[in-house]
Design a binder for this molecule. Structure first.
Ligand SMILES: N[C@@H](CCC(=O)N[C@@H](CS)C(=O)NCC(=O)O)C(=O)O
Length: 120
């Protein structure tokens, strides 16, 4: 049976971009369910009851939340194609460093951008 993969996303989200790139690298077909962050659908809190935020990946009915955790999940589940991290431990460490750097530096700006209204 084919995998059913659904992404709860919001197109301007850089966190979403991270997951979209991982899915593309692995060649995974998925349904994109664009979310309205100002009028959240019941599906979002149902699938992410702790944070009630995108990003959520729903794989065969089970949800995985948080973009970085989703990317790691994708890499583990579809491991036969295009590993997302280098095999060299030092290069892997550098890749993780930049992931953490982006999370710390970009998070506030990104979240304000995603939830701002007009001139705010
Ligand atoms: N650490 C989370 C960040 C998720 C996040 O901040 N999502 C924002 C959009 S970019 C959101 O859903 N905001 C809606 C809200 O705060 O209610 C991840 O990496 O997935």
């Amino acid at each position: 049976m084919a995998d059913e993969v659904v992404l709860l996303d919001f197109w301007p989200s850089l966190f979403g971009m991270r997951v979209r790139i991982a899915l593309a690298e692995k060649g995974i077909n998925y349904e994109n369910k664009e979310q309205d962050l100002w009028h959240k659908s019941p599906l979002l809190p149902q699938m992410n009851p702790v944070h009630k935020k995108i990003l959520v990946l729903i794989h065969n009915g089970k949800s995985v939340c948080e973009s970085l955790i989703i990317v790691q999940y994708i890499d583990e589940v579809w491991k036969e194609k295009s590993p997302l991290l280098p095999s060299n431990p030092c290069q892997r460490a550098h890749a993780r460093f930049w992931v953490e750097f982006v999370d710390k530096k970009v998070y506030d700006v990104q979240n304000r951008l995603c939830t701002s209204k007009g001139e705010e």
